[in-house]
Design a protein around this ligand. Structure first.
Ligand SMILES: C[S@@+](CC[C@H](N)C(=O)[O-])C[C@H]1O[C@@H](n2cnc3c(N)ncnc32)[C@H](O)[C@@H]1O
Length: 255
């Protein structure tokens, strides 16, 4: 780890103010002399996860302040980074009524249509965290662990009308939804499944809106969301920007 990296603030992001030109601290060549690939990965991950955590802090404050009661639904759970953010911030807002649903294959990505794949790191089985491993992370985290339900399976098979009915009979209504499943096809299954579980004020957080495809709205999760918003009975009001890749939307009744 280079010395430069050690100095990076992790929560507020990397920007530090200065009292003189150029008014922000900009490390120069000497401080970046030993900056490595590992430093780059750490730097990007810290900044990305910090932006997501800041979003979860605000999102749960929004739900609390607007008295939106319901559950947390996450589609794409992997290492439970965002899932743990949700558990922690729900606890901070004392949301003892909330249930937490983790929808994932727990076998990684499905077979990907090459037309929708923009990075070599996406292939069948990539990004796998097994169900036991996921549950162990949640147990170790120790927040609302008894309220977490895992729903294993690839979405085209697992997100059935029967499951929709089961959730609705159990009074499941979405308060916050995290869609973090990378692929167009995955997001299509997820968004269609969600329609009857939405309620006014429910937040939808799309982790991958600008990830891949050079940020194009005509591809990937962004395309899936545009198509969904075009046919949904709900209106989705733009809400927060989450780092450079994600956006959230507030579910609203149509005028
Ligand atoms: C980027 S990771 C999620 C990261 C996670 N939110 C975190 O913060 O640790 C993507 C996840 O989506 C899941 N996934 C993608 N497409 C899927 C599908 N069609 N069915 C089930 N799971 C899927 C993968 O198994 C993987 O766990």
């Amino acid at each position: 780890m280079s010395d430069e990296f050690k100095g990076c603030p992790t929560v507020q992001g990397p920007v530090r103010r200065k009292d003189s030109e150029p008014w922000v601290e900009l490390p120069g060549g000497a401080r970046l002399a030993s900056w490595s690939k590992d430093d780059q990965v750490r730097y990007n991950q810290q900044n990305r996860q910090a932006a997501k955590h800041a979003f979860y802090v605000s999102a749960f404050d929004f739900l609390h302040d607007n008295d939106i009661r319901g559950d947390y639904l996450e589609f794409g759970c992997h290492r439970a980074r965002t899932f743990r953010m949700a558990l922690t911030e729900a606890r901070r807002q004392n949301m003892d009524f909330m249930n937490f649903y983790a929808f994932d294959s727990f076998e990684g990505l499905p077979d990907c249509d090459p037309a929708h794949v923009w990075t070599k790191t996406w292939s069948k089985g990539a990004l796998k965290t097994g169900e036991d491993e996921f549950q162990a992370i949640i147990a170790e985290h120790g927040v609302y662990a008894d309220k977490v339900r895992t729903v294993p399976g690839f979405y085209d098979a697992s997100l059935t009308p029967a499951l929709q009915g089961e959730l609705m009979n159990a009074d499941c209504r979405a308060a916050l939804i995290c869609v973090d499943c990378d692929l167009y096809e995955s997001a299509v299954s997820v968004l269609g499944f969600l329609e009857p579980l939405l309620q006014p004020g429910a937040l939808i957080y799309l982790d991958d809106m600008f990830a891949g495809y050079k940020g194009s709205p005509l591809r990937g999760v962004y395309k899936a969301f545009r198509e969904f918003a075009g046919v949904s009975a709900w209106h989705f009001e733009p809400h927060m920007q989450v780092g450079w890749a994600g956006r959230s939307f507030v579910t609203c009744e149509k005028a």
